[in-house]
Ligand binder design. Structure first.
Ligand code: F6P
Length: 319
């Protein structure tokens, strides 16, 4: 193995830079050249490719975003796009590719694998929706960011005796809402994995109010819809002034937490180790604190487990 490539794809996530750094440094340690592919698969198709050295990744461990930048390519999902991508990799003598991204990006990797490209994936997305790995890069930081913001929302919600519906990201996965909600003691959670009638949620909020609760935080996962409709309905049902906040893109930025730096650095290291050992066509997953290279197709077919216990405990603690 003489040369590998690395790219980030899909939504950026805090810790992606730590993963890039680990890929580059581990490869250079083993005397393997690394080419950075800018703007994800779109950059690969455009040949937006540059050699990286030990200095290219200096002082990025603590930076949010991705120095390679990212994109969602329209052309790449086509057969023609994938063929061209494989050809470009050949043209640059890139013998193996590390792809850091969410399941959409890793599905793209599977297509490249089928065209004979040696691929190792790293799950990087704030959504934590990749079933084969206990955690994805960026999730922990996104939850911490949400917790900090909700603390501020709680101050004003308390002062005005209101309800505040806090919408968080996650696509169809409710993990950001669940983990942040658990950590801030949210009074209710609206998440895709646990469809609950709004009447039931409002009854709970009113029971809390009767017992003396002066305000309530309702976590809303974006996969269940937008906060505006929920605010209207909750206000109608409870007769309590209900405001809403969409935390939006602040969840995707900022310095990665120690957990994400650790996770990303290990995943980057083990991705290159997997390439050296010939374990390509895989994705590096963390399971019970250990790092393993899982067959890419199997990983993509692994359903995401919902943390039922956390959800139930949150209900008990938020009465
Ligand atoms: O997948 C990460 C994510 O942040 C999702 O939580 C969100 O739905 C989506 O990306 C937003 O994507 P975009 O940056 O294209 O608006």
């Amino acid at each position: 193995m003489k040369r590998i490539g690395v790219l980030t794809s899909g939504g950026d996530a805090p810790g992606m830079n730590a993963a890039i750094r680990a890929v580059v440094r581990t490869a250079l340690y083993h005397k393997i050249e690394v080419y950075g592919i800018n703007r994800g698969y779109a950059g690969l198709l455009d040949k937006d490719i540059t050699p990286m050295n030990v200095y290219s990744v200096a002082s990025i461990l603590d930076k949010g975003g991705t120095i390679l930048r990212t994109s969602r390519s329209d052309f790449f999902p086509t057969e023609a796009g994938q063929k061209r991508a494989a050809e470009v990799l050949k043209e640059y003598n890139i013998e193996a590719l590390v792809v850091i991204g969410g399941d959409g990006s890793l599905n793209g990797s599977l297509c490249l694998k089928r065209l004979g490209v040696e691929i190792v994936g790293i799950p990087g997305t704030i959504d934590n929706d990749f079933g084969a790995s206990d955690y994805t890069i960026g999730f922990d930081t996104a939850v911490s960011t949400a917790i900090e913001a909700i603390g501020k929302i709680r101050d004003t919600t308390f002062s005005h005796n209101r309800i505040n519906v806090v919408q968080v990201m996650g696509r169809t996965c409710g993990d950001i809402a669940l983990y942040a909600g658990f950590s801030v003691g949210a009074e209710a959670m609206i998440i895709p994995e646990k469809p609950t009638r709004l009447e039931e949620i409002c009854e709970r909020l009113l029971i809390g109010k009767d017992r003396g609760k002066l305000h309530s935080i309702v976590m809303l996962a974006e996969g269940c819809g937008g906060y505006r409709d929920y605010c209207k309905k909750i206000e109608e049902l409870t007769q309590v002034t209900t405001k809403g906040t969409n935390l939006g893109y602040i969840q995707r930025g900022g310095a990665p937490s120690h957990f994400d730096r650790n996770l990303a650095s290990n995943m980057g290291y083990y991705a290159v180790e997997a390439i050296i050992k010939g374990q390509t066509g895989t994705v590096i997953c963390q399971r019970d604190g250990k790092y393993i290279a899982v067959n890419l197709e199997d990983a993509l077919n692994t359903p995401k487990q919902f943390n039922e216990e956390m959800y139930e405990i949150a209900k008990v603690l938020s009465i």
